[in-house]
Design a protein around this ligand. Structure first.
Ligand code: GLU
Length: 534
């Protein structure tokens, strides 16, 4: 019993500090190598992608550059422990988080598979009309359909036509509102613009009782908002420097066909809605230009993710917008973002979103991820048919609705939790986790945790006859083999009681092995090392 004193509760921390446990780089190596001497480069990148990280992620630049250089020095394209360490050490914190499943969507592969199913489901829809008021929009095929997402930890998934450029159109409205609030603060911006849904079509020539535009998500409000902002490099920062372009042809067409917007502009001018000294026609030009900013589904998903992440771009870590600006923006997207469907969308989907006439829907799951859906055919209210289907399906599947209860959800998936279900006990989590034992090295989970009956994972595994798990807990995790639960029972008592003879044998062999050879090795070394450090 001497081997497992009470001070070993925090055994692994002590042992890592003492240099007995391997470094983070080594742990990562063992985790990915799965018992092999070397890790082939493609195995590393495949494992990396499974966490949701991209090899092109700016946060992994050093690692990827070193990998490229190092691979040239090898004959077989594989990394031994030493070379691997050289490659990963600059980005070890992010990589460790990824492989420890510390990201907001821990089981990213299964979540991505769900997204693909939702994508396929919406793909079959054929209704809706592609906008044709200008040729630049009319030319798009109604079959185009893409979904891209980026989590607040920079995990990426894309499916469909995610690299085709299209114009943000009205999806730019929340972005420029956010920029205006970031630059001037809420109070100043709302001297000029209201915060209420208008209950009217987005391009209606109409102001509220105070002669202000109803909100920044409709044209009148967005035109006034345009007069409040100056800089454009915000767009690049929001997208983490991914694709942001400009369609000059769309700009020209919008201006030529923009009679209604000119009418709104003159009306706003008459009612003195702009800051003093504003040149209304050049503001309209800027408005049309902002509508004509091009993105891809992928780059726009990063913009959405920046909104999901309180204004910090997840893949660059840069602070682009103030948290205040982002909160205001999400609030108004929630109530006013989906044209005359906004109320229903807020009810059924319960997430902030903004759609545009090119078929984009910028969707934000606050604190979790940003999503861009894009498909040109629009329904009668001007929202992408496939996009709406996808958003609705997403919230039926996952508990992402603003008012889904996270503790007592009935049937929905919670992708923020490993295994998707948060109600399971820590013991069953231990056991599931042990099933994925190839990842064990990076777990920070304390395998000696006890439940309210003082039972450990080893008690449960022994009682249920999981021989593999028992062996794993004893040998890999080096847990105390004789913990007592609140009735004084040990795992051996459990195994005997439930007649699991194989488990009895494992426990007995383990006991024999350690009572003979071990008492003087591991522990004494640990203590010696600790002494050296103190
Ligand atoms: N260029 C269009 C307008 O301002 C944008 C329409 C939209 O995406 O809602 O009327």
């Amino acid at each position: 019993a001497g081997r497992f004193s009470a001070t070993e509760q925090h055994g692994s921390n002590v042992r890592r500090k003492a240099g007995i446990l391997p470094s983070l780089e080594d742990l990562l190596f063992y985790t990915i190598a799965e018992g092999q001497e070397k890790i082939p480069a493609h195995k590393f990148t495949t494992a990396l992608k499974a966490t949701g990280l991209r090899t092109g992620d700016p946060r992994l630049k050093e690692c990827m550059e070193m990998l490229k250089v190092t691979l040239k020095t090898t004959s077989d394209g594989a990394l031994d422990r030493h070379l691997f360490k050289k490659c990963v050490q600059s980005n070890i914190v992010l990589l460790t988080q990824a492989f420890r499943k510390k990201f907001v969507i821990p089981d990213f592969q299964s979540f991505s598979a769900h997204i693909d199913e939702l994508y396929e489901n919406a793909k079959n829809m054929s209704g809706g009309q592609v906008a044709d008021y200008i040729p630049q929009l009319a030319r798009f095929s109604p079959d185009l359909w893409a979904v891209a997402l980026c989590t607040v930890d920079g995990q990426r998934h894309t499916v469909g036509d995610t690299k085709v450029p299209f114009c943000l159109q009205s999806c730019v409205k929340p972005l420029k509102y956010a920029i205006a609030v970031h630059d001037h603060g809420t109070e100043y911006v709302h001297r000029f613009i209201g915060k209420e849904p208008s209950g009217l079509r987005f391009n209606k020539l109409f102001l509220n009782e105070e002669d202000k535009p109803h909100n920044p998500m409709v044209n009148a409000g967005a035109i006034v908002c345009t007069s409040l902002i100056k800089v454009m490099n915000f767009m690049n920062k929001l997208a983490g420097n991914e694709y942001v372009g400009f369609s000059n042809a769309t700009f020209q067409s919008e201006r030529e066909s923009g009679d209604r917007n000119f009418a709104i502009g003159y009306y706003l001018k008459e009612k003195k809605c702009f800051p003093e000294g504003t040149d209304m026609t050049s503001i309209l030009d800027f408005y049309f230009q902002l509508c004509s900013i091009e993105v891809t589904c992928e780059s726009a998903s990063v913009m959405a993710a920046t909104l999901a992440n309180g204004g910090f771009c997840p893949i660059t870590g840069e602070r682009v917008l103030s948290p205040e600006a982002v909160r205001d923006t999400l609030s108004l997207m929630h109530s006013c973002g989906m044209y005359d469907f906004s109320g229903q969308f807020a009810f059924h989907v319960g997430l902030p979103a903004k759609s545009g006439v090119a078929g984009g829907i910028l969707l934000v799951v606050p604190n979790v991820m940003g999503i861009m859906c894009w498909s040109p055919p629009l329904d009668k209210l001007g929202n992408s048919v496939r996009g709406i289907q996808f958003c609705t399906d997403l919230v039926s599947l996952c508990n992402f609705h603003n008012y889904d209860n996270l503790r007592h959800f009935a049937k929905k998936l919670d992708p923020r939790r490993e295994g998707g279900d948060q109600r399971e006990s820590f013991l069953s989590r231990c056991l599931t986790f042990v099933d994925y034992s190839s990842r064990f090295a990076l777990s920070s989970m304390d395998m000696e945790q006890r439940d309210y009956d003082s039972r450990t994972a080893l008690h449960v595994a022994a009682a249920e006859g999981h021989g593999e798990v028992v062996r794993f807990l004893l040998e890999a995790c080096k847990v105390n083999p004789v913990p007592k639960d609140r009735w004084g029972n040990t795992p051996m008592d459990e195994a005997v009681h439930f007649g699991h003879h194989d488990v009895v044998t494992i426990l007995r062999d383990h006991h024999t092995k350690y009572s003979h050879q071990d008492t003087g090795t591991d522990k004494q070394n640990a203590e010696k090392n600790l002494d050296g450090m103190l």
